[in-house]
Design a protein around this ligand. Structure first.
Ligand code: ZN
Length: 57
């Protein structure tokens, strides 16, 4: 079964969220994969937060 590693907590998940949450991500047009918990954590009051879709393994 395919899994993705969360860019923040480094744990592996069967479902991940494709997001941008840093100015750097926007500047470099880069996406990172985060688990649900980390996504909720970074999106709070974050002007850099952008959602790019859900990945399922
Ligand atoms: Zn995580």
């Amino acid at each position: 079964m395919a899994v993705k590693k969360c860019n923040k907590c480094k744990a592996e998940f069967k479902q991940a969220f494709r997001v941008r949450h840093l100015a750097l991500h926007n500047a470099q047009k880069q996406w990172v994969f985060l688990c649900k918990g980390c996504t909720l954590e970074v999106k709070d009051n974050n002007v850099h937060y952008q959602y790019g879709g859900t990945w399922k393994g």
